[in-house]
Design a protein around this ligand. Structure first.
Ligand code: F6R
Length: 369
């Protein structure tokens, strides 16, 4: 069952390159454009959309936060992301021109289901991104884009998250393609990069031994903080969530720019801080800012664990531990940056003697509100 791994979670982490490739399969045609025939919302309807609203819970919500950056950049359509449990209680503004995207691995999460029902009552179209064929959320949606992660057994979501990201990028790129934006060339280039990304995830997996060794040295810590900017911010949130649920440690993710607005007060001698560093190529201003954040926290005694692109030398002097990830376009970086955080949380849970696949108090699918 576990294919020689000690835990389903380890098996599912290892399956990520395949899960990512399978989710892309048949959706990029040989000419390099996207064919999402499954999205049974016609191109003319998609051209009428003036707002995208993403609803989801937990890890799927983090995928939604990342999707916002991609959708707004490639399509110029305003995009909101909201916790499904909050959504319908605030009387959200929706109409027939809003596209609501409900992201759910199980397809049975009650809060997400109630949010999409509310959206359909307002006349909005709902597109589900889901990993479970025939589950309730896709059945009640106007259209569905399935993620092909295969069954996810471990309670903590790993491969489903990566495939949710892939599905979100596909939707963003498809919307961009259908509506035509000034980013046409970039969209073409990113589609090419996406088709190679599964190999990059594989490369990350091959270099995880130092991350495991590092995690074991931190087993007696009380707190781990995570920092990121841009799409690295939701990655930081996801790293913190994985650590909470698996290692039962206090873990928090912050936007690095928020440090000086409060969280920096938490920095004390030897507290581990994981920093997700954006690529120094492309939007280099983001990179420079985060390098100064790393300097700041290190000057206050933090133990810096830096996740940075291969070839990024600027971070070296300030990194107590350096985790290298392959160079990717900025928006795609979460696909490679999340993997070390999953491995880190899994190893810490093991080192602390926790049950990896069945963390205390948690259920795989939350069918109550
Ligand atoms: C975290 C985790 C949960 C789920 C959340 C939504 O590792 O697994 O946070 O992501 O309960 O579940 P789905 O995606 O099934 O709607």
């Amino acid at each position: 069952e576990k294919g020689g791994y000690d835990y389903f979670m380890l098996k599912e982490i290892a399956e990520q390159p395949k899960a990512v490739a399978d989710t892309l399969l048949g959706r990029i045609d040989p000419s390099g454009s996207l064919t999402l025939d499954e999205v049974r919302i016609s191109p003319s309807e998609l051209r009428e959309i003036d707002k995208v609203v993403i609803v989801a819970c937990g890890t799927a919500f983090h995928a939604g936060l990342i999707a916002k950056y991609a959708i707004e950049h490639w399509t110029r359509i305003p995009c909101e992301v909201e916790l499904a449990s909050e959504f319908r209680y605030r009387d959200p503004i929706l109409d027939g021109h809003s596209l609501v995207i409900a992201i759910s691995q199980s397809g049975e999460t009650m809060d997400t289901l109630m949010a999409l029902r509310h959206a359909r009552e307002q006349g909005s179209k709902v597109l589900a991104i889901c990993n479970t064929n025939g589950s309730t959320i896709p059945r009640e949606s106007d259209a569905v884009l399935y993620t092909h992660a295969g069954p996810e057994v471990a309670v903590a979501s790993t491969k489903a998250f990566l495939t949710q990201l892939v599905a979100c990028y596909l939707v963003a790129l498809y919307l961009g393609q259908v509506r035509g934006t000034k980013w046409g060339d970039e969209i073409q280039a990113v589609i090419k990069d996406l088709s190679r990304i599964s190999e990059e995830v594989e490369r990350v997996l091959e270099t995880m031994e130092p991350v495991r060794a590092l995690a074991r040295t931190l087993a007696s810590k009380n707190t781990v903080l995570f920092l990121g900017r841009h799409v690295g911010y939701p990655v930081a949130l996801e790293g913190a969530l994985k650590l909470k649920e698996l290692a039962y440690m206090h873990a928090e993710g912050f936007a690095a720019g928020e440090l000086k607005h409060g969280p920096i007060a938490l920095i004390e001698e030897d507290v581990p801080v994981v920093v997700v560093v954006p690529s120094p190529r492309g939007r280099s201003v983001l990179h420079d800012k985060i390098v100064s954040n790393i300097q700041e926290i290190r000057a206050r005694g933090a133990r810096t664990i830096v996740i940075a692109e291969e070839g990024d030398e600027a971070v070296v002097p300030y990194a107590d531990h350096l985790i290298r990830i392959p160079a990717t376009p900025t928006l795609l970086q979460p696909l490679v940056a999340t993997v070390p955080l999953q491995v880190f949380a899994c190893e810490l849970a093991t080192a602390r003697g926790n049950e990896v696949d069945q963390p205390r108090n948690l259920a795989k699918s939350v069918t109550v509100e």
